[in-house]
Design a protein around this ligand. Structure first.
Ligand SMILES: *[C@@H]1O[C@H](CO)[C@@H](O)[C@H](O)[C@H]1NC(C)=O
Length: 583
């Protein structure tokens, strides 16, 4: 373990509410030291996220007594890990011959449970020394109507020095499920010297053929080209049109008042007295923006940490880190939310702060609560334990809330002054009739097309790693695509804002926000396509879990993109109105 990784793990441990103990966490073993096999979950192959605790099937545990305590981290609990001791005795570098570890009598109830599991292609997951192992419960021969389960587990460990670097398990010895029969489960253990380095032991779970496929490289290259093209296009169009506009406005200046009244002044300059009018419902708007700023930082930091710390190899640590980073970056939410709110003349800052604190946690908890109901009904291990709920609530109340308060106070005092280049007229200007495609709704709907186009291949890879059995590890790609998305979003939103203002419609704040946020609408539609055509999920629980989580993901993405779009447009608007001469 090199230093970078060590420092990183120290950080992750800090991030976890409960702490770890026990010798398996040092990952080094003495001769014949005990190696613990943890049974995790069992569930249908096609519904990756629908998991039940392993012993919810009538499997039996080995004779060994429970040893060493296992402390679950918050991330693990929220992700449905349920490690239970297998009761098998495995000793470091000492082989175990074929031995029966327990027997079960197949009564009616047990038979039914196993039949259901075999018919639905259940498989289970175990962990040994933090390495995952998977195995099929059984096999069905539909034509003959015969169902059987595997009763023998053959473990082959690879060790290098005093560390476990590889483990294979093969399931053998099919036994047909017959009422009243006795089934005995057995296992054997082999140890082999291996030349795999400890640092590389996770490599065999990664799938470079999938993630570093030509298509992936190509799509990133493509998006990159699109960015360059877009930036060029946007700057060229804007430069030219803006220069023309400025020239026109300058010419109007030279005419005397009489002519100017009769003249045909039009375009974005007309709305200078309204363009800095506060957005509708400033409280909601500033709450979205504050959250968006925070999400931007959280996403960036978590991706960076994952690249540096290879977090994907640790169970649940990605989620733990995300929660920790979210809590730690709360002042950002408070600061930007409050400063935007104050700039828009808002006075009820306490209410605004409470909204900022609550927005994301409330939506996430609300959705999880609904999913939890279904999860509890199905008894899946996905049901969030009460303790974890309390832990999350404590984090929100005792960490997020005070930190947001600090940010809010700073935001109101340091960033609350609006220095707009033009004054706001007392009476709002009527918004003139315009062509249908200049309506904000149309602009909003079209705004998301290009940003979505730049990320949808990446979405495929991310979805596949979450909903199918792939470990996402190309976080460098993700960072690149994230950057591309932000740039494309800013470019597109600026163009949208220009069109809107040129049609003398000054409601640009919400329009720019939603024009950028509509990307996530397309992502959600894509997720429906993905569900129908790319996966074989079924059942109420998995469907609710899928669409609930996708809605949360899309919402987060939408708030983030919307904020970026608004930041870009706001910069642009200030720029153009501060250079034009207003009489
Ligand atoms: C596990 O299986 C892989 C692929 O079949 C093989 O290369 C490796 O040597 C095996 N490891 C052990 C410890 O037997």
């Amino acid at each position: 373990m090199n230093f970078r990784r060590k420092a990183f793990l120290a950080f992750v441990l800090l991030a976890q509410v409960s702490f770890l103990q026990g010798d398996e966490h040092t990952h080094t073993y003495k001769a014949t030291e005990e190696v613990i096999l943890w049974m995790n979950t069992v569930g249908p192959y096609h519904n990756r996220q629908e998991t039940y605790s392993y012993y919810s099937l009538p499997f039996c545990a080995g004779p060994k007594e429970q040893i060493g305590h296992y402390h679950e981290t918050l991330g693990e609990a929220l992700q449905g890990f349920e490690l239970e001791f297998s009761g098998l005795s495995i000793d470091y570098n000492s082989e175990t011959p074929v031995s029966v570890y327990c027997k079960i009598e197949l009564n009616d109830e047990k038979l039914k449970a196993f039949l259901y599991a075999v018919k639905n292609k259940y498989w289970y997951q175990m962990f040994v020394d933090d390495l995952p192992i998977w195995g099929l419960v059984g096999e069905a021969d539909e034509t003959k109507g015969e169902y059987s389960i595997y009763t023998h587990k053959k473990f082959e460990f690879g060790f290098n020095g005093n560390q476990i670097v590889d483990v294979n398990m093969t399931t053998e010895n099919k036994v047909q499920l017959v009422l009243g029969s006795t089934i005995s489960f057995s296992y054997e253990v082999f140890w082999r010297k291996s030349s795999v380095k400890y640092e590389d032991r996770f490599d065999k779970y990664l799938d470079p053929n999938f993630f570093q496929h030509r298509i992936h490289w190509f799509s990133i290259f493509n998006s990159f080209m699109m960015v360059i093209f877009l930036i060029g296009l946007v700057s060229m169009i804007l430069m030219r049109t803006l220069r023309k506009d400025y020239a026109r406005y300058a010419k109007d200046e030279e005419m005397d008042d009489m002519d100017r009244d009769l003249g045909d002044e039009y375009g974005w300059k007309q709305v200078h007295g309204d363009v800095f009018r506060p957005a509708a419902i400033p409280m909601v708007f500033s709450t979205f923006l504050g959250t968006g700023y925070q999400l931007l930082v959280v996403t960036f930091v978590v991706i960076l940490f994952t690249i540096l710390g290879e977090l994907y190899t640790e169970r649940g640590s990605l989620l733990s880190t995300a929660i920790f980073v979210y809590a730690a970056t709360s002042p950002i939410n408070g600061y930007f939310g409050a400063s935007v709110y104050a700039q828009m003349g808002g006075k009820k800052w306490i209410r605004q702060m409470v909204c900022s604190v609550a927005l994301l946690p409330a939506v996430v908890c609300g959705t999880s609560f609904l999913i939890n109901f279904i999860a509890m009904y199905y008894h899946t291990s996905r049901a969030i334990p009460f303790g974890s709920m309390v832990a999350v609530a404590c984090i929100v109340f005792f960490v997020v809330l005070p930190l947001t308060l600090v940010g809010t106070v700073l935001g109101r005092n340091l960033g609350g002054q609006a220095d707009y280049p033009c004054r706001v007229n007392a009476v709002p200007r009527p918004i003139p009739e315009k062509k249908w495609f200049m309506e904000p709704t149309i602009i909003i709907a079209l705004g998301g097309v290009l940003p979505f186009g730049s990320i949808f291949i990446e979405m495929y890879f991310i979805f596949t790693s979450f909903w199918a059995y792939k470990i996402y590890y190309v976080y460098g790609f993700m960072l690149l695509v994230f950057a591309i998305l932000l740039i494309v979003t800013v470019c597109v939103t600026i163009v949208c804002t220009y069109f809107l203002l040129n049609a003398e419609d000054y409601r640009w704040q919400w329009t720019s926000f939603f024009a950028a946020a509509s990307t996530s609408g397309y992502v959600y539609i894509y997720s429906i396509y993905y569900f129908v055509f790319k996966t074989k999920m079924y059942g109420l629980f998995q469907t609710a879990f899928y669409f609930g989580n996708m809605a949360l993901f899309s919402l987060g993405l939408g708030i983030m993109c919307g904020t970026v779009g608004y930041i870009g447009s706001s910069y642009f608007v200030r720029k153009i109105y501060s250079t034009v001469k207003i009489d």
